[in-house]
Ligand binder design. Structure first.
Ligand code: AHR
Length: 328
């Protein structure tokens, strides 16, 4: 009889322990992460560049590797489409929303809606301009301002023995986007103290090859061989500008110094062919970092407000030997 009571107590004890573990499992975010597949809603900028294609591929393959269910949308470079996508992810009650904002401003209303629905938001690649930084958990990506400074320092060094004037034609990225704003400001910060550098033309080519080519054709018509430097905010526009220069009988990389950003395979091929002088790296391979941040957020772990990507500068002289190892 006593043995039966002891066995019953043991069973009840085990039950009590089990139910306290159960309560723990219900209240501990980490346990939730282990039990249920995480759904991530990702609102991509578009497919405007080779960089973006590599970024999309990185996000999709990292989600698959991390066994995270990915809902993906392409905003075709339009903020209104991204806002629609984010609202639809809120309605679908995804666990986390991540997006690479087309432009910097105008995000407060939709991010307040995500916050009210208790859905954490992670920014990737591009930053936003909001007063209330509690509207997002973290921002993963490059320091575009530093990239602009790197381009500026390379130019300052390249022309250190030249009296000038050095006339710069700037091919800007999408108007209002963080990389366009910061790559411009970073350059200005470095060259403003040296009056021999002059930005004689500046226009957006929307980060596309066609846009870069069209704007460069117009620059050549207006300024001809007064242009010493093309400062293109990404490789696609630089490659378009190179085509425009060649069609006009110019020799990019020789008659006109070409500074670009991203360091894609296309940029490396242009450098190896002597048509681009320097490529400032901007890595699109953000998928693995994003998935690890998503898991941490769901598990309730604290994250730093800014997760920076490590990058470098590739001059033309290293292109041929580095090209075979480029991943994007
Ligand atoms: O936000 C990153 C920028 O966007 C890349 O430099 C460009 O290629 C892309 O379109």
């Amino acid at each position: 009889m006593a043995n039966t009571r002891r066995a019953a107590c043991r069973a009840l004890g085990a039950l009590a322990l089990c139910s306290s573990i159960g309560a723990l499992a219900l209240t501990t975010p980490g346990a939730y992460a282990q039990d249920k597949q995480i759904t991530l809603g990702f609102a991509q900028v578009g497919a405007e560049s080779a960089w973006r294609t590599a970024n999309t591929e990185s996000v999709k393959s990292a989600a698959a590797d991390a066994k995270i269910k990915l809902k993906f949308s392409d905003a075709q470079q339009k903020q209104e489409n991204q806002i629609k996508a984010i609202r639809s992810y809120i309605a679908q009650k995804v666990d986390v929303i991540a997006f690479s904002p087309v432009v910097e401003s105008g995000w407060e209303p939709v991010l307040r809606e995500a916050k009210a629905a208790k859905i954490p938001v992670i920014l990737t690649d591009r930053n936003i301009d909001v007063k209330d930084t509690s509207l997002y958990v973290t921002m993963i990506g490059s320091d575009f301002m530093e990239e602009g400074r790197r381009g500026g320092h390379w130019l300052a060094d390249h022309y250190k023995n030249d009296q000038g004037p050095i006339n710069i034609a700037e091919l800007q990225g999408t108007v209002g986007s963080a990389p366009a704003n910061d790559r411009h400001s970073g350059l200005i910060e470095v060259i403003k103290s040296d009056p021999k550098f002059k930005i004689i033309a500046s226009q957006s080519g929307d980060f596309t090859l066609a846009g870069g080519k069209q704007v460069m054709e117009a620059f050549i018509k207006t300024y001809g061989n007064k242009i010493n430097v093309v400062y293109a905010h990404n490789d696609d526009m630089a490659l378009g500008a190179i085509q425009a220069m060649e069609e006009a009988g110019m020799h990019p990389g020789k008659d006109i110094t070409v500074v670009s950003f991203d360091a894609t395979k296309g940029g490396f091929q242009a450098m190896a062919a002597g048509k681009m002088n320097v490529d400032v790296e901007c890595s699109p391979l953000l998928g693995p970092q994003l998935m690890s941040a998503v898991k941490d957020v769901v598990a309730g772990k604290p994250l730093p407000k800014r997760i920076l990507t490590e990058e470098t500068v590739f001059p033309m002289s290293v292109a041929a030997q580095t090209l075979p190892t480029r991943k994007y």
